[in-house]
Design a protein. Structure first.
Ligand code: BJ8
Length: 425
């Protein structure tokens, strides 16, 4: 690693030894899981480069932005609207939470039976290994599941700049009014942080920038309908993960370039896997970087993943924000409309998600669905039962998995997944 990066990490307050260890593990996992894949699109070289520089070049870019006075806002949830952040002249970064770190320290603050995602966020903070977290001028938490909303009370003692957004749990007029009020409050907070007032022009431009990112990912999703699938689920997941922290315009360009290549691969019948490989839709909890465990098992067990019904995937990017408004208020309302459609399992009841999973399974031509629930995640584990019922009633095989970030259950998961794939053939 260059000396420049090391001094940047020191300035950010990272624990260099712990950080070196994390990068070592991440690099090895990436080599074993990603670079060992065959028949990858050339365009994935960009994402390989992004991952090799994930704590280097991208952080340097963020530092350069900060030097010009731009602010960085970190978030743990797809309910934090990037449109508002960009319009206030700030940059939004996702705070990944996809790996276990400093678990002994974490379990002094959180009960053992807390989901891996929440524990990971704490582990990265306590272990001082995440340059995104340390470079954020504001960290946005949200009142979604009980685990998250209570853990933010403790996180508030660990960081100086936590902002907590209240979120509705019911899709009613009252719920929508809460979302509207909270987005207006967040808009003011972002404006105060940056000293920039959001204008109709800046908001429209921000909406277009974020829509372009989403549209590029929609293109990948629709190309994955082909058989043979032109890209692996692992590679498509990586694009969805990088969505959360890359420079938006560069991300859009890179994804569109991959799509151009995928169109040619489809014409040439060139796939990541052979034709008629069993096709799986993954549904459930978000898979943040570097949580590649389940797709790795699935795609080394004879199936290909053709869609992710997840916040790091379809649920996060599915709808565009209407950009036809002329005033800030009109466009804020369009933002509320767009985000109010997100069918996270924290909503009760949540029938839209069941419908959406069925639609998605049909549109990506999945032979079966694997429901991915993180251990101790009540919202998704509870919902996995009606998901399984509705799918099986419609003759779509479903396998419910409950796991965490450890590798201890990999053998057992592989056995169950292989048996499920066998059943799809
Ligand atoms: S909109 S899915 S990103 S809240 S896995 S922490 S739910 S106990 S992540 Fe999420 Fe926003 Fe919803 Fe999406 Fe809780 Fe479950 Fe843990 Fe979870």
């Amino acid at each position: 690693m260059s000396e420049e990066y090391r001094s940047m990490w020191t300035d950010l307050g990272l624990d260099l030894d712990a950080h070196d260890a994390l990068l070592g593990i991440l690099g090895n996992a990436y080599n074993d899981i990603y670079l060992s894949q065959k028949n990858r699109p050339e365009g994935m070289n960009y994402f390989d480069f992004v991952m090799s520089e994930v704590h280097g070049l991208r952080i340097k870019e963020l530092m350069n932005e900060k030097e010009t006075g731009r602010k960085i806002i970190g978030s743990f949830c797809v309910f934090v609207p990037e449109e508002i952040v960009l319009a206030a002249n700030a940059t939004l970064v996702g705070l990944c939470s996809g790996a276990d770190f400093a678990m002994e320290e974490v379990e002094k603050l959180l009960p053992r039976n807390t989901c891996a995602l929440i524990k990971s966020a704490f582990g990265f903070k306590l272990g001082r290994v995440c340059p995104y977290l340390e470079s954020a001028d504001m960290i946005v938490g949200e009142n979604t599941c009980d685990g998250k909303k209570k853990s933010y009370e403790s996180l508030n003692n660990l960081v100086e700049n936590l902002y907590v957004m209240d979120l509705p749990q019911v899709k009613s007029e009252h719920g929508k009014a809460l979302l509207r009020a909270e987005y207006n409050r967040f808009r003011s907070a972002a404006e105060i942080l940056t000293g920039v007032t959001i204008t109709p022009e800046s908001l429209k431009q921000a909406i277009n920038t974020v829509n372009a990112k989403r549209t590029a990912l929609h293109r990948i999703s629709s190309l994955r309908k082909a058989d043979p699938a032109p890209i692996s689920g692992l590679d498509a997941l990586l694009a969805n993960q990088v969505f959360f922290y890359d420079n938006p315009a560069r991300f859009t360009d890179s994804v569109n370039k991959i799509c151009d290549e995928l169109e040619i691969r489809i014409e040439e019948k060139k796939g990541a896997f052979p034709e008629k490989t069993p096709r799986i839709l993954l549904s459930g909890c978000p898979q943040a970087v570097p949580n590649w465990k389940l797709p790795f098992i699935v795609e080394t067990s004879g199936a290909v993943i053709v869609g992710e019904e997840s916040c790091v995937g379809e649920r996060g990017t599915r709808n565009l924000t209407d950009d036809s408004g002329n005033t800030v208020d009109e466009m804020m309302e369009a933002i509320v409309d767009r985000y109010f459609q997100v069918d996270c399992a924290i909503f009760t009841p949540n029938p839209e998600r069941l419908e959406h999973i069925q639609e998605l399974a049909a549109s990506c031509r999945a032979d079966g669905v694997i429901h991915y629930g993180l251990q101790f995640c009540q919202p998704y584990l509870m919902e996995s039962i009606p998901v399984e019922n509705v799918l099986e009633n419609n003759n779509i095989p479903c396998l419910r998995i409950e796991t965490d970030y450890s590798i201890e259950d990999m053998g057992q998961l592989k056995t169950r997944i292989e048996a499920f794939i066998e059943q799809l053939k």
